[in-house]
Design a protein around this ligand. Structure first.
Ligand code: M3P
Ligand code: FE
Length: 303
């Protein structure tokens, strides 16, 4: 394993206090402090310093980070990406708060990806010695961890090739227009053993569709909906089950308008798991196996 996981998502928000209330009180992330215009958060079962960064001013993605096993992997990725023709630059320790040295990758779809091997270790909220199973007092959705994200760009096929040929990712599912033209609409990629760490969809260059947090079970997804009602959180879609990835889900928005998702279920993937293909005529069922209909905002709202 070389890319271990989606480590962090860094987004802009229009108001730090409003967004902090959402990520800390509604989602139940742990606040990890402020540095300049940025505030940092982590899930209760995450060990590194943060997985979500919010920055004052606007809306949309600043960058994302993926944690890599070793500096040998980083060097190998750097060489692969140079050969592939993707622009990268070396990143010094501390350039990103609490993050060690790494490699900044400018994705063909327009986003900035930071690959790093170290982030300050703070430990999860249970510890690693005779731990309890869950945290004692639930807070909001009691989110344990960040799970995956979906980003948009004009050429998802090129970025898909970059992830598979340069960074050892595999493709779990692909959505194409139709069998004849075989044009890629969206693709789901994994480096670990979940159905996806990142997904790419054809759309406006450099945009964010959503980032998703893991929850324990379907009951927690349903409870998320109840908490959203209390907190007046705008819900985009769900709760339902995706056809693609078989995950159960609710999509909702942070106060700035960035789309979030809570997600669970899905299935385990291995390097030899065959890729599932969907065609656009089945898209309503691919998005939602239960309702089998597409809501307008899902296709139109990107930040
Ligand atoms: C997800 C996911 C589409 C399904 C999206 C799925 C675009 O967000 O996490 O599996 O049909
Ligand atoms: Fe998702």
């Amino acid at each position: 394993m070389s890319v271990m996981r989606l480590g962090y998502v860094h987004v802009r928000v229009t108001d730090l206090d409003d967004a902090s209330r959402h990520y800390e009180k509604t989602l139940g992330l742990q606040a990890m402090g402020q540095q300049g215009p940025c505030r940092y958060f982590k899930g209760w079962d995450e060990f590194d310093h943060h997985s979500v960064v919010i920055e004052e001013g606007g809306v949309g993605l600043v960058k994302l980070g993926m944690k890599v096993s070793s500096s040998d992997d980083l060097a190998r990725f750097e060489a692969n990406l140079a050969r592939f023709g993707v622009t990268t630059e070396r990143m010094a320790a501390g350039e990103s708060h609490k993050v060690g040295e790494g490699l900044r990758v400018f994705l063909p779809t327009g986003q900035t990806l930071e690959l790093y091997t170290d982030m300050e270790y703070v430990g999860n909220e249970l510890g690693t010695f005779n731990p309890h199973a869950v945290i004692r007092d639930p807070r909001g959705l009691t989110v344990p961890r960040l799970d995956h994200m979906l980003i948009a760009g004009e050429d998802p096929a090129l970025t898909e090739r970059m992830f598979t040929e340069c960074l050892d990712f595999h493709v779990s599912e692909r959505l194409i227009t139709d069998i004849e033209s075989n044009d890629l609409v969206a693709t789901w990629l994994f480096a670990g053993q979940t159905s996806h760490d990142i997904a790419l969809i054809k759309g406006e260059q450099g945009k964010l569709h959503h980032f998703a947090f893991w929850l324990e079970d379907w009951q927690s997804i349903l409870r998320a909906g109840d908490v959203f009602a209390y907190d007046d959180t705008p819900v985009d879609y769900g709760p339902t089950r995706h056809g693609i990835t078989r995950g159960t889900t609710v999509y909702f928005f942070d106060p700035a308008g960035n789309r979030n998702e809570v997600f669970t279920g899905s299935y385990r993937c291995y390097a030899d798991t065959p890729t599932i293909t969907w065609t656009m005529d089945t898209f309503p069922r691919a998005l939602s196996a239960l309702q089998r209909e597409v809501n307008e905002s899902f296709l139109t709202v990107f930040t």
